[in-house]
Design a protein around this ligand. Structure first.
Ligand code: 9D3
Length: 247
């Protein structure tokens, strides 16, 4: 798969793309990431890419000209059409099912914003799909683009070792994972559950399923079709404390 990224901050990407599974996916030829600097497509002598909002207000807005010029220049070089995707807090929430759908595309073009937003004509004129990675405010679309690339790369055919890994995991089943243990059998007084050392694969599978479902019910009942409780993430688990907000 080819993923093109249009950004004002291409220097943000290499460290993440050069580590772990993304590095392997690229080295093995399953994934090619092409970084494009939006500023290279600015049309004026100041190379400006943003401007003050009509109607007033804080912050700057990404100008349409550089983005259209960049998208047209990138697309003119493509062998296969790329799905256009705008990263924006107003977008549809990214999820595992969408990652799997996008992993089947031959090419993607990810458009990262920064500042207060995009000129609306970028949306209406380029008609990209619009994605958000969650309900929190970031400084730009670069980290979301990396999140999308990471989630997709590990689903590409042949990237993960065992066929099973990507298909049989948390979220594709709509529930959280079961607990994992490795050696030692006892660590600081905490023991590995006996069932895992019996070699009885049927009992082990049943134990894991029970644990996964119970874990999911307590922490993420919404995944099992229960209405969400007041907090967006009920019971964040040990060590995480989310303050209740006033009603
Ligand atoms: C006050 C209006 N702000 C919207 C919440 C303006 C604004 C803030 C921050 C517009 C863009 C941004 C930068 N964020 C992204 O570009 C972004 C994002 C995010 O902030 N959260 C989750 N997903 C995404 S995807 C792109």
């Amino acid at each position: 798969m080819d993923i093109h990224v249009l950004t004002l901050f291409p220097e943000v990407f290499p460290a993440v793309l050069d580590a772990s599974i993304l590095r392997i996916a690229r080295a093995s030829g399953h994934l090619r990431v092409h970084l494009h600097n939006l500023r290279d497509h600015a049309a004026d002598r100041h190379r400006s890419v943003d401007d003050r909002p009509f109607g007033g207000g804080p912050g700057m807005v990404l100008k349409p000209e550089p983005v259209f010029r960049a998208v047209e220049a990138i697309e003119a070089e493509l062998e296969r059409p790329a799905r256009r995707i705008l990263l924006t807090p107003q977008g549809r929430r990214f999820c595992h099912a969408l990652a799997a759908e996008l992993a089947a595309e031959p090419a993607l073009l990810l458009l990262c914003g920064h500042y207060e937003g995009f000129d609306e004509r970028i949306r209406t004129g380029l008609a990209p799909a619009e994605l958000s990675i969650g309900d929190y405010v970031l400084t730009g679309g670069e980290l979301p683009a990396l999140v999308v690339i990471d989630a997709i790369a590990r689903l590409l055919d042949g990237v993960l070792g065992h066929e099973e890994s990507a298909a049989s995991e948390s979220f594709s089943h709509g529930r959280l994972d079961h607990p994992h243990y490795t050696r030692p059998v006892e660590f600081r007084g905490m023991r590995v559950p006996e069932v895992l050392r019996t070699g009885d694969h049927e009992r082990i599978a049943a134990w894991r399923l029970r644990q996964a479902l119970e874990h999911t019910r307590v922490r993420r009942g919404d995944l099992l079709g229960k209405p969400e409780s007041g907090n967006a993430s009920p019971d964040p688990g040990p060590g995480l404390h989310v303050k209740e907000t006033a009603p």
